[in-house]
Design a protein around this ligand. Structure first.
Ligand SMILES: [Zn+2]
Length: 309
């Protein structure tokens, strides 16, 4: 199979207080559904390395990284980053370092193996983390760290980032707004958390705010009219995906009405563009998705397309 599956046991050690939706069981639900689907043994499993400080500094300010490292609490205690529900516990830094490092490895693997794809089954998620802040359950911006690695370490000049999480990827926009090497396309429920993105004016940002109750047909038409043509015109050398599955019908975090077949369709469209423009190179990174069964089933649908199985 041509899909690398990147994760690490440390990603399950990051825990918020009991009952928080961004929980370690999310990764277990993905593993369970992959096993049930029969494709798990065929994936090319790799362990996520720790991200390096140099890799983080491409997208985050040193002061933010230092503050995060200095703010790790004692065992059994939590700090919060945004004064809300973005928790940092004793193992959170290591989990975040594995999550970002896993995406760097994903980029290295698909750059070394043309026609291959990678899925990074990592947490905490990343797309709300900006250059000097964490928020929305996100500490480091994993997909941004990977995209910057593709640009700086592999010398690429055009990386497309597609974010289909139900929330706007405000952190990714913060990091790459005005950077012509990156095309960032984010579809999201609006108005809704984090209430950004609807008014952005930047040549390299394509934001697609959509109303509550958006279903698969509505998502498909906006993708076909706006996102997919922009990706074709951009001619990416690598496609990266912020793959959030919290727009699923069964996910009560938000109010979209998507199902597995919609994620399957969109993944197929993105992969077709990757095959036309970048030898099939695509790195997908887990973001949200909190209804455990729907998350696992949706990730399986997504990976089956990427693995052409
Ligand atoms: Zn989300």
């Amino acid at each position: 199979m041509k899909t690398f599956f990147i994760s690490h046991p440390d990603c399950a050690l990051h825990r918020a207080p009991s009952g928080h939706p961004e929980c370690p069981e999310r990764l277990a639900a993905i593993d369970d559904q992959l096993i049930a689907s029969g494709i798990e043994p065929w994936l090319r499993h790799r362990e996520a390395p720790l991200v390096t400080r140099e890799q983080l500094l491409r997208v985050h300010d040193a002061e933010y990284i230092d503050a995060l490292e200095a703010g790790i609490p004692e065992p059994g205690h939590w700090a919060t980053l945004d004064g809300g529900d973005t928790y940092v516990g004793e193992h959170s830094l290591k989990a975040a370092q594995r999550a970002a490092g896993g995406v760097v490895l994903g980029v290295d693997l698909v750059m070394a193996h043309s026609t291959h794809t990678a899925f990074c089954s990592v947490r905490p998620p990343g797309h709300h983390a900006g250059r000097d802040y964490g928020m929305g359950f996100c500490l480091f911006n994993n997909v941004a760290v990977g995209a910057a690695h593709a640009l700086e370490a592999h010398g690429l000049s055009r990386v497309a980032l597609v974010d289909f999480d139900v929330h706007h990827g405000n952190g990714t926009e913060d990091i790459f707004r005005g950077d012509a090497r990156v095309l960032f396309c984010s579809s999201f429920q609006h108005p809704f958390y984090p209430n950004t993105g609807a008014d952005t004016r930047s040549d390299n940002i394509l934001n697609l705010p959509l109303p509550r109750d958006t279903d698969g047909a509505a998502l498909r038409s906006v993708m076909e009219e706006r996102c997919l043509p922009a990706l074709e015109a951009f001619r990416p050398e690598l496609i990266m995906v912020s793959a959030g599955f919290d727009g699923h019908l069964e996910d009560d975090m938000a109010n979209f009405r998507l199902v597995e077949a919609d994620y399957e369709w969109l993944t197929g469209e993105l992969y077709d563009i990757a095959k036309r423009h970048c030898d099939g190179r695509l790195v997908s990174v887990l973001e949200g998705g909190y209804a455990l069964s729907a998350l696992g089933r949706s990730v399986v649908a997504h990976i089956k397309v990427l693995a052409e199985s």
